[in-house]
Write a protein that binds this ligand. Structure first.
Ligand code: UDP
Length: 477
């Protein structure tokens, strides 16, 4: 009789919130399908993540799941973001790579169910995993956590450098970028990914992404947290680099479908910070679509001046707001705590400040009428699913590309990039939530319906997930 193998998939995300969350969502979906799953975090994030999960309930729900961890090579007190991100890029290659190899060796020697995986799903910027996987003859599928528009742009970094478009001086930011096929009428200089703003073409961070982008094409397929109906032209173009592409997003919404049927045991929320749930109660007391939600994600830093410009703009616009101000939003400013307390005191009448919100739930709350966001791809997708129009204030990475798509491709909000000014904040909030509210609500509702349809039975993302599942099964037989 032919023996049937339970596929064992190992996930390796880059150690940052916006990468862990979508990959963990997929890991839980595959575990729900009966796969053995090993999810590998950095030691630093492992502790933070498990702190926010009811682990016995989680393992009850996903008995074939295990978390493992490897070092990221940085000391526990290293900030790991903002200007310090480069350290993480270097140390993951230098320290995590040999540690990852050791982990695979230990799995090879395992006697239980978690033996050597039949497939590795590695972050598209952790391509050392492909080198190591090849040593063990394990196929790798790469997971890029950015939008397809942005991934396609990254595939043109070398060309942008060759043609002298990148790096660019801090002038003529409106200049159209004409050398990226399909995006000729979309991107201007200022819309290129944040890394294009470095001063030199040989900047180590820029070069890191050039190399990782080229290396990830050695994987046997590409997973994207997006859906065909929103990014089909870019997904199709990416087909010139990969044999197989799996657009299976929005993954948070796809995963919430398996949650609906769950009983007492729960899945994770993938958060590294503890959610402050009291804001949901506060939202319950607010009128429909009256509150602006404000969050700048997990990575970017703001200056004290920028925080004050936003705060004055929010107060002057006359709308209620819920604002996430992470305690580490200003790095190395010992007096930030005092500023925070002052803002909290003076905001009381009009808004609520929290340090980390249950964002997916917040965006789905009927009281939310707009989102002032940094345009991280997860936040953008969560807003699209919830049908909430956006004001975008991007700063780094894929955010500049995403915000351009929000305003000019999908037309579901404003792009406020490169401007941080209280009068602009005030003006755009009024436009979004009052003057042009019906127009933005209509386009956001339409896109939300497409997103939700894609994850229904027979929807494009659902079909692509099934293809991924079948392809992984065929790797395991
Ligand atoms: N997030 C959250 N609560 C917050 C702020 C952010 O749960 O208060 C989540 C958000 O839902 C998203 C992720 O953190 O899933 C941030 O990812 P994104 O790609 O938007 O931005 P990044 O943090 O990577 O810049």
């Amino acid at each position: 009789m032919e023996q049937t193998h339970v596929p064992h998939v190992l996930f390796l995300p880059f150690p940052a919130q916006g990468h862990i969350k979508p990959m963990l969502n997929l890991a839980e979906l595959l575990s729900h399908e009966g796969f053995q799953v090993t999810f590998v975090n950095s030691d630093h994030n492992h502790d933070r993540l498990l702190h926010n999960i009811d682990i016995s309930s989680f393992y009850n729900r996903f008995p074939k799941f295990q978390f493992r961890s490897i070092p990221d090579g940085l000391t526990p007190d290293h900030p790991r973001f903002g200007l310090y991100f480069i350290d993480l890029f270097c140390s993951t290659r230098a320290v995590s790579k040999p540690a990852f190899r050791e982990l695979l060796i230990s799995l090879k020697e395992e006697k239980g169910p978690f033996q050597l995986p039949s497939c590795i799903i590695a972050d598209g910027i952790m391509c050392f995993a492909i080198d190591v996987a090849e040593e063990f003859e394990i196929p790798t599928i790469t997971f890029r956590t950015f939008s397809a528009h942005c991934v396609w742009t990254y595939f043109h970094l070398s060309k942008l450098i060759e043609e002298g478009e990148v790096p660019f001086p801090d002038e003529n930011l409106e200049k159209p970028i004409s050398c990226i096929p399909g995006l000729e009428n979309v991107l201007r200089r200022r819309d290129l990914p944040g890394i294009c703003r470095f001063e030199k073409a040989d900047d180590p961070v820029l070069q890191f992404f050039v190399k990782e982008t080229s290396a990830c094409t050695r994987a046997s397929g590409l997973i994207l947290n997006t859906f065909n109906e929103i990014e089909a032209p870019m997904i199709t173009r990416l087909g010139s680099f990969f044999n197989k592409i799996y657009p299976i997003g929005p993954l948070h919404a796809l995963k919430s479908r398996i949650n609906d049927n769950s009983s007492s045991s729960t899945s994770s929320n993938g958060n590294l910070w503890k959610e402050d749930k009291k804001c949901l109660k506060w939202l319950d007391s607010q009128p429909s679509k009256s509150v602006l939600y404000v969050s700048f994600g997990s990575l970017i830093e703001l200056t004290r001046e920028q925080i004050l410009e936003f705060w004055h703009g929010l107060i002057n616009c006359g709308k209620s707001f819920l604002w996430v101000l992470r305690s580490d939003l200003i790095v190395g400013d010992a007096s930030f705590g005092h500023l925070l307390m002052k803002l909290e005191r003076e905001t009381k009448e009009r808004g609520l400040i929290v340090s980390w919100a249950p964002q997916e739930h917040v965006l789905l709350h009927p009281a939310i009428g707009g989102f002032l966001t940094h345009s991280g791809w997860n936040s953008t997708l969560e807003s699209i699913v919830a049908g909430v129009p956006m004001i975008c204030w991007p700063k780094v990475a894929d955010q500049q590309v995403n915000s351009r798509c929000v305003s000019d491709v999908w037309k579901i909000g404003f792009d406020m990039k490169d401007i941080c000014d209280r009068s602009m904040v005030e003006k755009l909030v009024r436009e979004l939530m009052d003057n042009r509210r019906d127009q933005f609500m209509a386009s956001s509702d339409k896109l939300s319906r497409l997103a939700c349809d894609s994850i229904k039975e027979g929807g494009s993302s659902c079909i692509n997930l099934e293809k991924l599942i079948q392809d992984i099964k065929s790797m395991s037989s």
